[in-house]
Design a protein around this ligand. Structure first.
Ligand code: PRP
Length: 183
């Protein structure tokens, strides 16, 4: 889906498909350089990370493995509580592995902070994070992110995996949702 297909729903275009792909190539080169000779296990966090996972995996010029987790934050409404429930766990054994968590966005940071500790406790050699987007003004906990794409304003963004009520995930770029859509 293009921006023009839903232009009345969008307030501002933040990142085009081209800008995202250029950044993912950059991140892939950095990841390759840091993992020479060691196979990386990419862990995608469903569902938002599907697009970034698909593009990052293909941008990498080395063999990787992929696995997926689905998690849900306990708590009322849209506020992340930091207490996370595993809806779908990994199939892989992490012992001795170099794990790279692949995320679409870091908002409060609570999900990733919990997830990283959880994966570290399973005996991985390293657990690092690659996130395409981060909202510095929304962070509630510091998250040590090794590979970050873009810092963005604390606004409601959709596209490239990010949804509003399960819509707009298939938008090619990232845009700020117009308030009339959710008000
Ligand atoms: C989003 C995103 C992260 C999390 C970040 O997922 O993909 O997993 O929120 O928020 P936090 O930093 O405040 O913890 P969401 O729960 O919306 O599920 P989805 O990926 O299925 O859209």
């Amino acid at each position: 889906m293009e921006f023009s297909d839903v232009e009345n729903d969008l307030a501002e275009i933040l990142l085009t498909e081209e800008e995202i792909h250029a950044k993912i190539e950059e991140l892939a080169r950095a990841i390759e350089a840091d993992h020479q000779g060691e196979k990386i296990l990419l862990v995608g966090v469903l569902r938002g990370a599907v697009m970034v996972m698909a593009d990052l995996a293909r941008a990498l010029k080395v063999d990787i493995e992929m696995d997926w987790m689905a998690v849900s934050s306990y708590g009322a409404g849209t506020q992340s509580s930091g207490v996370v429930r595993i809806l779908k766990d990994l199939d892989s054994d992490l012992t001795g592995r170099r794990v790279l968590i692949v995320e679409d966005i870091i908002d409060s940071g609570l999900t990733l902070s919990w997830l990283r500790a959880n994966l570290e406790s399973r005996g991985a050699k390293t657990v690092e994070i690659c996130a395409l987007l981060r909202k510095p003004d929304a962070l509630k906990v510091e998250v040590d992110v090794t590979y970050i794409g873009f810092d963005i304003p604390n606004k409601f963004v959709v596209g490239y995996g990010l949804d509003y009520a399960e819509q707009y995930r298939n938008l090619r770029g990232v845009a700020v949702l117009a308030p009339h859509v959710y008000e």
